[in-house]
Design a protein around this ligand. Structure first.
Ligand SMILES: *Cc1c(COP(=O)(O)O)cnc(C)c1O
Length: 339
């Protein structure tokens, strides 16, 4: 069940969904019911799980109308969704095994989850078909003990649920969980970042686990002008860069309005003609200057790659490093602002 929440991590909900549908994926997970409805209206015929659940009356009506599977994570959700209806609504149950954001408790207080199952057993308006929990530190080598504790708690919840609902589908593994513990994925895996080529183990000793993933997103911007900078000449706001020797720079049409961070690491680059060019001076709202002294063939109208491209391409992991961020945030930000 690929996770395509948040506009498929910035890659475009319907584009990614149709690629996955062609590859015969028949379960997709999104965040909100709103996203789920977009996906249904876009023609996806499989199961759509809304991980954040159905919050409002509109959400609940939409879930019923469009056959969307909301997750229920607390009693108020059970009560909201459990109103009598002609057909039972297929739902998923979310249990908390250690993330402690959403979910029924299943630790020492697992008695409460037993009560949830009793409640469900006594009514006919909800039909639980999925049981889901989420791993908190599967991407952190050295935190294996916590992850294995989560797995054990989840298995207990699965056993409790399957007593009453033998055909229930259990789903635990995110990308990191799948790469590190493929045997523990549950019945239905939920990869997100790995689908788009993000390595959840980047910068860790387990980086090799995701080394073969290919990055999906590319972002380009045009070169607007090239110019010489003479010794002592500065460039951009704040005059933070002053040329010490004669340099040639290209002004590229991308800036913080496009999600391109204003204060990157001093080594941050773009790729031009397959080679990296260092950013010089401040990133402006819609312009960024790069040093092309070694790349004099660059001319106005050429495409600069902010992310991806040919040759020495900038990866989401590079941008995450240069921005003090994560591949997740880099994809969401650039995806949202570069449609
Ligand atoms: C986002 C999300 C995933 C996918 O996580 P990745 O780390 O991107 O693989 C899986 N399950 C839930 C509940 C999520 O919110």
């Amino acid at each position: 069940m690929p996770v395509i929440k948040a506009d498929a991590y910035g890659h475009g909900l319907l584009d990614i969904a149709s690629a996955l549908w062609e590859d015969r994926f028949d379960h997709l997970a999104v965040g909100t019911v709103f996203e789920a409805v977009q996906l249904r209206k876009g023609g996806f015929g499989g199961v759509i799980v809304a991980l954040l659940g159905a919050l409002s009356d509109e959400d609940i009506a939409a879930a019923r109308e469009h056959c969307i599977v909301p997750l229920i994570h607390d009693w108020s959700g059970l009560e909201r969704l459990g109103t009598p209806a002609q057909r039972p609504l297929i739902v998923g149950l979310k249990v908390n095994t250690g993330m402690s954001r959403l979910g029924f408790p299943v630790g020492a207080d697992a008695g409460e989850f037993g009560a949830v199952l009793d409640f469900l057993g006594k009514q006919t308006s909800l039909n639980p078909e999925y049981l889901i929990s989420h791993l908190a530190v599967a991407d952190v080598p050295g935190e294996d003990a916590f992850t294995l504790k989560q797995v054990a708690l989840f298995q207990r919840a699965v056993a409790m649920s399957k007593e009453r609902y033998p055909s229930l589908t259990a789903s635990l593994g995110n990308s990191a969980g799948l790469l590190a513990y493929p045997q523990l994925a549950g019945d239905l895996a939920r990869p997100g970042i790995a689908l788009y080529g993000g390595n959840p183990f980047y910068n860790t000793e387990k980086e090799f686990l995701g080394a073969e993933l290919l990055q999906v997103m590319q972002v380009t911007a045009p070169v607007l002008e090239t110019r010489k900078l003479y010794p002592g000449q500065s460039i951009g706001y704040g005059r933070t860069y002053v040329a010490e020797s004669e340099r040639t720079v290209a002004i590229v049409g991308v800036g913080y309005a496009d999600g391109f961070r204003r204060n990157p690491h001093p080594e941050a680059c773009l790729t031009l003609h397959g080679r990296r060019a260092r950013i010089v001076g401040r990133v402006s709202m819609q312009m960024t200057a790069v040093d092309i002294t070694d790349l004099l063939s660059v001319k106005p109208g050429d495409s600069a790659y902010i992310l991806g491209g040919e040759g020495d391409a900038v990866t989401v992991h590079d941008l995450a490093d240069w921005w003090g961020s994560l591949p997740y945030e880099v994809m969401c930000l650039l995806g949202a602002l570069n449609k």
